[in-house]
Design a protein around this ligand. Structure first.
Ligand code: G3H
Ligand code: 13P
Ligand code: ZN
Length: 322
């Protein structure tokens, strides 16, 4: 199967009350870990590339890695998506360069400007058979070189979504309901602590999600900043020379609930970084004499595969849906 758009994927996900996993890719091991899990679990998948990933690995290398995954996994549908496209030019470059989906993220701009930029990207993308994700509302956290503090974040205003979608023609909409980018999603002051001393974050705003869905029936909603920051990997990092105190994510059962509603795409990046980093740190701690990258990248790739498998089954619910 060639690369596909997310059109059909989202229709099935919406009707089937599950979400498709969207995982960020930066190198070969990450592409392999994700797609091996998806192939074994018969899950559709979105492989997404940020501006930072393109700067790090080069557009062509990433496209060719994803094309290799398509050849290796002919049984599953794969989308190649631009994550947080910052402007029209970046979106155009990805549309011209083989992507099947782009995100234009003009969510930091005033409403009318967000509409105008998104509309321009949609026109170009649709003329080229590519779908577009847009965003309304601002997430807290770090994405690429942009850092948004909790005070500057804002929930999506449900009363704006119908006008935004009808004026832009976007194919899916990312909304802000309390998720946040990175491994430190909430400050200790925003959380309570459970009996083990682990931070418990404030619940997602399901009232906002439900009102958005009521206003946009059948329309696919996207959640960014949806890593759950598994504490076993935070512990692994910290036990092997790392320092990530109070890293906290979104509880999985809340993401699962969102997936059973109108959320059709759930973005996960930080959890893969944690699995990769924890595994490599542990390897070096246990084998200080080793220096062959294949030896430490092999268990790191296997850890990514297992965390993705876990997400597909327990968070997205998209296993068996390819
Ligand atoms: O939302 C941002 C993603 O986690 C991508 O991160 O910009 O560091 O590649 P990055
Ligand atoms: P996390 O930082 O929670 O993994 O979110 C990733 C993301 O939203 C990519 O766009
Ligand atoms: Zn994001």
């Amino acid at each position: 199967m060639a690369l596909v758009t997310s059109k059909e994927m989202f229709k099935k996900a919406y009707e089937g009350h599950y979400a498709v996993g969207a995982f960020n890719v930066n190198n070969m091991e990450i592409v392999q870990g994700i797609t091996e899990a998806c192939r074994e679990e018969k899950a559709p998948v979105i492989l997404q590339v940020s501006k930072g990933a393109r700067a790090y690995a080069n557009h062509t290398y990433l496209v060719k890695l994803v094309e290799a995954a398509v050849l290796e996994c002919p049984e599953i549908p794969i989308v190649l998506h631009l994550d947080h496209g910052p402007d029209f030019e970046t979106c155009k470059s990805c549309i011209d360069g083989g992507f099947t989906s782009v995100m234009i993220d003009a969510s930091s701009k005033p409403f009318e400007e967000n509409i105008a930029i998104t509309r321009k990207v949609v026109e170009y993308a649709h003329d080229h058979g590519v779908v577009v994700e847009a965003e309304l509302g601002t997430l807290a956290g770090v994405e690429d070189d942009v850092k948004v503090s909790a005070e500057d974040s804002s929930y999506t205003r449900p009363e704006e979504v119908e006008e935004f979608v009808s004026k832009t023609g976007c194919d899916s909409l990312a909304i802000a309901i309390g998720t946040s980018h990175g491994a430190y999603k909430f400050t200790a002051a925003q959380c309570t602590r459970n009996a083990e001393g682990i931070l418990v974050p404030p619940p997602l705003r399901f009232d906002v999600l439900e009102e958005v869905s009521r206003r946009l029936p059948g329309f696919p909603i996207v959640l960014h900043g949806s890593s759950s920051v598994p504490q076993e990997y935070v512990k692994m990092v910290n036990e092997h020379g790392g320092k990530m105190p109070d890293a906290v994510g979104i509880p999985e059962e809340q993401l699962r609930k969102a997936a059973s509603l109108s959320v059709c795409k759930i973005n996960v990046d930080s959890d893969l970084r944690l699995a990769l980093t924890g595994t490599i740190r542990q390897f070096f701690d246990e084998h200080p004499e080793k220096f062959d990258p294949r030896e430490y990248l092999k268990p790191a790739r296997a850890a990514i595969k297992e965390i993705v498998r876990h997400k597909l089954i327990h968070v997205m619910g998209c296993n068996g849906k390819a």
